[in-house]
Design a protein around this ligand. Sequence first.
Ligand code: PEP
Ligand code: MN
Length: 344
Amino acid sequence: MLILMKQGATPDQIQAVMGLLETVGIRPVLQASPAATSILAPHASQALKADRLEPMEGVSRVVPITSPFKLASADAAPGRTIVDVRGVKVGGRDLALIAGPCGVESREQLFTVARYVAESGARLLRAGAYKPRTSPYAFQGMGPEALALLAEARREFDLGIVTEATEVETFEAVERVADLVQIGARNMQNFALLKRAGRSDKPVLLKRGTAATLEEWLYAAEYVLSEGNRNVILCERGIRTWSLHARNTLDVSVIPAAKALTHLPVLADPSHATGRRDLVIPCARAAVAAGADGLIVETHCQPSQALSDGPQALLPLDFLQMVGQVTAIRELLVKDHPGATFCF
Ligand code: PEP
Ligand code: MN
């Protein structure tokens, strides 16, 4: 259940509710924001009836969480969650833009891309140090060397770093450098990795698996959330269908469908969703129009030389054009929504 406290509820009143929940073996989580204070107590209704909590001083309302996604469910938060990634508010009114090459390939490549990404106004740089590849013979990423370059790029260009953790063993090294740790599509149900991400103090970008339903994706988020990490961002990156014209199929409708079920921010990745440079920008526009809170996009200074995902990498000028277009679409959509957050 979610216990919504009255505005101006005192610390003692909040403590009294938390204390009662603890006496019946529930671990409550205090969710305080300038707008509202609430106490999240998953599974509490099995131990305690709402009518014991509702008359308590300072309590406004008790909302049952009927969804199986006890922490990811839209019922589990008083509003939409905004995840702060090094000052970028993901899930707020502004569109969050993450851009960069598929993988770190060299200092020159990373810094060239980082420079124009920073100039575009985007504040988050993506690039893999560890690459999950279909073939074991394909470029696997530069590992620790890439992490060191990402740390340098972070300082040099004042950009937040988004990079993927592929294994529990290297998670710690990745989270030291990352401002947002990506869990890739192939690892969406790697439960050991999800649990490790749940114990991290860095936000997590959870991509949808290539054959995962919305439910399975939210259960994967629940693995991270239930370990204590409440900063989870979902990312639709295309699913496997019968279409042969593109690498995957961008599931545009899952964006509003996910936002109806969960309070977590939802991003889209039009690069892996299409695999084709000429389809990336139209699909980026569609995702933002459907309510995506941001985009993660691949761009490369010399795509023909890229060691991975060159065919889908946007050229620098195309990337800059896309930023202008998607920002304009977002502005159009939020114009009529006064609050701090934005739903559809
Ligand atoms: C990537 O972001 O480069 C990547 C491998 O993504 P995905 O897990 O969506 O395939
Ligand atoms: Mn890639």
